[in-house]
Write a protein that binds this ligand. Structure first.
Ligand SMILES: Cc1cc2nc3c(=O)[nH]c(=O)nc-3n(C[C@H](O)[C@H](O)[C@H](O)COP(=O)(O)OP(=O)(O)OC[C@H]3O[C@@H](n4cnc5c(N)ncnc54)[C@H](O)[C@@H]3O)c2cc1C
Length: 494
């Protein structure tokens, strides 16, 4: 009977994992350097993808060790517990079609709730503060024709959601759609966008820049969101993560207490504990075995391994045999964007003294400021949200200066806010997390080059993580990728 069969049929996970490998009989001295722990599968990364892979594998009787670099589980679903209440730094909104995420929450008894209502957003464009109502006729509104009635923050949706040319989500990798794998700027220009519309859209777009991001990939994301939505051609829809209304036809949810609670429940449901503070440094596959080493010298052995880390992280892990061809290029070169968030607390409702809208779209370095409310609709927090190249530019400032920079910028833009905003925390996903990014981004031309190889198993290594998404978005994509990788491995075990 093979060890795998044993572990499935007879051994408890605890006893199996307690089994030390080849050096178990060595004297204690120097043992750490040689001893290793074994399991059927090692999962690298305890985000939604890795945890879902582990849960699926364990539910079929396979033993799993999960190795996580950070000191917490959940990766990009991190929740901060601020005095005003739990606040999500990453994944927050659960879309209506997030079947896996919803099912996990249901099975694990993690309660979901409706998101608090959207808080109105005004604009600061070309040096002027303008309410959303005044925007269409504002002097600083330099957009053209129908664009004039579109709020700056909704410009990307105006151009990318209206008449989305993709017939369905699955078609994004088909040859007939390859002509859409051009830059978002090119796509918008072809649709008649003015230069000013491009400039305004560049603030909200979650890519490095409009001139490099792939329109095809973005249209795919939007098509998924549009599935089943009644009024997809609503010109002013701001349907983006966490910014929808019932009018948009969306039905979104959030995890009570913060999204990280879901990942903690997933980790808690595993038979073994997730090994925290264990950044993986190498994965070596020889013959029928995989050996994984972490930075402190610990060694783990398995039959298969799941990499559930972003490619921007995987490229820094030594993998033997090496990745090859287009897959190597995708892992080494694919783009991973950043989001910087500055969480603030307003000490007074200063917005009542200017345009009356607490949230603000700006065409400045601080990009957007969202207001957060509690269930009673009372504003309890403000959150500056900077994407793309602008986020990397903020990363160049010392971390401790970023909060001050945002508050000072706000005081300049909105003098009413002066002295009334307190910084609670600055979080850059590129700088302050082991994930090292907010999301994978396809640049123009890369869908055709790489989409079909990004999730392809390499030797005994199976690839999960949101960057391997096919038709889902965000957290659902991560959960699905973990499930897929687990099924691939189960098939190989037979
Ligand atoms: C600001 C922001 C807002 C978002 N909003 C939404 C939203 O509203 N809705 C939505 O659906 N999605 C949203 N997302 C996206 C969603 O959070 C992610 O797609 C999803 O959580 C990614 O999960 P993952 O498991 O693929 O990766 P991760 O969560 O990044 O997991 C990877 C794990 O690997 C660990 N790791 C890294 N290096 C190593 C190493 N060497 N060894 C071991 N472990 C390692 C990391 O610490 C991490 O825990 C948002 C993301 C961000 C950043």
């Amino acid at each position: 009977m093979t060890r795998t069969t044993l572990s499935k049929r007879a051994l408890s996970r605890r006893s199996f994992n307690a089994t030390l490998g080849a050096a178990a009989s060595l004297p204690l001295l120097g043992r750490k350097a040689f001893a290793f722990e074994s399991a059927d599968v090692i999962v690298v990364g305890a985000g939604l993808a890795g945890l879902n892979a582990a849960l699926n594998l364990e539910s079929e009787g396979y033993s799993v060790i999960v190795l996580e670099a950070a000191d917490y589980v959940g990766g990009r679903t991190r929740t901060f517990d601020f005095p005003a209440g739990p606040t999500n730094a990453g994944g927050q909104t659960i879309g209506p079609y997030y079947a896996r995420v919803r099912d996990l929450a249901d099975r694990l008894g993690v309660p979901l709730m409706s998101p608090p209502g959207r808080i109105a957003m005004g604009n600061y464009v070309r040096g002027e503060l303008v309410s959303s109502a005044d925007w269409p006729n504002a002097k600083v509104n330099k957009t053209v024709g129908a664009e004039r009635n579109v709020q700056p923050g909704a410009m990307e949706f105006f151009y990318l959601s209206n008449n989305n040319p993709l017939p369905d989500v699955e078609s994004w990798t088909e040859a007939e759609q390859a002509h859409l794998d051009v830059s978002i700027a090119r796509y918008m220009i072809n649709k008649g966008a003015s230069e000013e519309a491009l400039r305004l859209a560049s603030i909200t777009m979650n890519v490095f820049s409009l001139s490099t991001g792939s329109a095809l990939s973005y249209l795919r994301d939007i098509k998924r969101l549009q599935w089943g939505i009644a009024n997809t051609n609503n010109q002013n829809t701001r349907a983006t993560y966490g910014a929808s209304t019932e009018d948009d036809g969306f039905e979104f949810s959030e995890v009570v207490g913060g999204t990280q609670r879901l990942c903690e429940a997933m980790a808690g449901a595993l038979k073994g504990e997730v090994r925290l503070n264990q950044p993986v440094r190498s994965i070596s596959m020889t013959g029928d075995d995989v050996e994984v080493k972490t930075v402190d010298g610990s060694r783990f052995q398995s039959k298969y391994v799941v990499s559930a880390v972003p490619f921007s992280v995987l490229r820094n892990i030594e993998v033997f045999p090496h990745f090859e061809g287009r897959q190597k290029d995708a892992i080494r070169q694919s783009a991973h964007g950043n989001t910087v968030r500055v969480f603030m607390e307003p000490t007074e409702p200063f917005w009542e003294d200017d345009i009356g809208e607490a949230g603000l779209y700006t065409d400045t370095a601080i990009e957007r400021v969202f207001a957060r409310s509690n269930e009673e609709g009372e504003i309890i927090g403000m959150d500056c949200w900077v994407n793309g190249n602008a986020a990397f530019r903020l990363d160049q400032l010392p971390s401790e200066s970023v909060g001050e920079f945002v508050v000072d910028s706000m005081a300049r833009i909105r003098p009413a806010s002066k002295g009334k905003l307190k910084v609670i925390k600055v979080h850059s996903w590129a700088k302050h997390s082991a994930s090292g990014c907010c999301r994978h981004v396809f640049e123009a031309g890369q869908v055709g080059e790489w989409a079909d190889v990004m999730a392809k198993p390499h030797d005994r290594l199976h690839l999960a993580g949101e960057q391997t998404r096919s038709i889902e978005n965000g957290m659902e994509a991560a959960a699905k990728s973990g499930e897929r990788a687990a099924f691939e491995i189960m098939e190989r075990f037979g």
